[in-house]
Design a protein around this ligand. Structure first.
Ligand SMILES: NC(=O)c1ccc[n+]([C@@H]2O[C@H](COP(=O)([O-])OP(=O)(O)OC[C@H]3O[C@@H](n4cnc5c(N)ncnc54)[C@H](O)[C@@H]3O)[C@@H](O)[C@H]2O)c1
Length: 387
């Protein structure tokens, strides 16, 4: 087993995010996907060397950086992050310590064109993976201003920088929410965009700019649209960490409406693997859906959390629904599977391990549930009478 991949697998085992059996499968598939295995059927078409990861102090970006450093032994990473309320250097502290020569953190704003320009003039960046975004639907309903600035204008700044500085490849990390709600079947990459929240609209704006820059200027960008992620280090404003941490604090889980809204769920490690496959083998100008094929209602997720924590349904507080709440998301990932990717983590196991991670790492989320968070929580939930 190559050393770097072994370190990653050992870390996942230590965090109880993989069993010994799963570790074997994980290694085989990762070795294939990263082409560390000489028998790999699919050749790598693009080799990233100096990668600018934007938003790498957030949930998914921090996992992606850890994955890339472990599986690409020569890759250099610059993590460029504004450190908004959602950015957290605790998410990536182990990486900074483990890879001092291959990892650099720079605080900055993707919507600040002069700073981004200076960064690309200073460092030999060949690849950009853009995670930086305002990401919480509820906050976008309270105030959409920052969403437009970062998710739309910030994406444009990055696309302009790719064009000007001849960056070889960019991945625009987007969401299945841009398609809107679908009562049955699943969206493909050619389904029309019909965003229903200001967050989804801001992400759709970024996607459309990426497409336009590819069509107009041949900017080498690939767009990915992933379903709901879960895993360690997710901000406790999002459903799974919010409900888990509330319950651990002796509070209730505030479930929107009847709880029958359906989402497709994917473990964050599987998202990172998919992004790596798309970065190295995807075709520029194309869109790739990424999903776990695990469609669950919010009520089912809540019941799983309650069971894992040995609690009963009396701890659910049904509250007035989110405005414009999409009923069902589902995406077809046939195109990505054609590149050789498939999800490795089984939903029920990975969700249980994720819940245990929050129970074991209160130090991490207690700092985040600070007075500013409590003020947001009161603004968001106090107005919603229980139903
Ligand atoms: N979480 C999910 O379930 C999910 C699903 C599909 C797609 N996505 C997409 O993946 C990406 C990452 O999501 P996440 O859940 O990790 O988000 P997150 O909110 O945990 O992290 C976002 C990060 O971006 C940084 N950031 C925000 N504005 C910035 C700016 N102007 N300049 C630089 N950095 C800035 C924040 O400080 C934070 O570190 C987003 O683009 C999101 O739309 C998320």
């Amino acid at each position: 087993m190559p050393d770097a991949l072994k370190v990653l697998v050992d870390n996942l085992l230590a965090q109880h995010l993989l069993t010994q059996d799963e570790a074997g499968v994980f290694f085989q598939v990762s070795a294939h996907e990263t082409n560390t295995n000489t028998d790999a059927a699919q050749p790598i078409s693009y080799t990233p060397k100096n990668v600018l990861v934007t938003g790498g102090a957030g949930f998914i970006g921090s996992h992606f950086i850890r994955f890339m450093l472990a599986t690409h032994p020569k890759v250099m990473i610059i993590n460029f992050d504004k450190l908004t309320y959602a950015g957290n250097l605790d998410n990536i502290r182990d990486v900074a310590a483990q890879y001092p020569d291959r990892y650099t953190f720079i605080q900055g704003d993707i919507a600040d064109a002069p700073t981004v320009g200076k960064l690309l003039a200073t460092y030999p960046v060949d690849t950009i993976v853009n995670f930086a975004a305002e990401t919480h639907v509820d906050r976008s309903i309270l105030d959409a201003g920052d969403f437009m600035r970062t998710d739309v204008l910030g994406t444009r700044v990055l696309l302009e920088a790719v064009r000007t500085h001849k960056v070889a490849r960019m991945v625009q990390v987007s969401t299945d929410e841009v398609y809107g709600s679908i009562p049955e079947d699943a969206f493909t990459e050619s389904s029309p965009l019909a965003p229903n929240s200001p967050y989804a609209a801001s992400k759709a704006g970024g996607d459309l700019l990426a497409r336009a820059y590819h069509m107009t200027y041949k900017v080498p960008v690939v767009i990915t649209r992933c379903s709901n992620n879960y895993g360690p280090f997710q901000h406790p404003e999002k459903l799974i960490p919010l409900f888990t941490t509330n319950l651990l604090e002796g509070k209730k889980a505030p479930l929107y409406g009847d709880g029958l809204h359906v989402r497709d769920w994917l473990f964050v490690g599987d998202h990172c693997r998919a992004l790596n496959v798309i970065l190295t083998r995807g075709v520029t100008g194309e869109v790739y859906n990424i999903g776990g094929g695990e469609q669950k209602t919010n009520l089912e997720i809540t019941e799983h959390i309650l069971t894992t924590l040995h609690l009963d349904v009396s701890r659910i507080m049904q509250v007035q629904d989110r405005e414009g709440h999409d009923r069902r998301y589902a995406i077809d990932c046939t195109k990505l599977r054609g590149l050789g990717w498939m999800p490795l983590y089984r939903f029920a196991d990975a969700l249980t391990k994720t819940i245990h991670w929050y129970a074991d790492n209160m130090w991490w989320w207690k700092k985040i549930k600070n007075p500013a968070f409590q003020a947001y929580y009161a603004q968001q939930y106090d107005k919603r009478s229980p139903i």
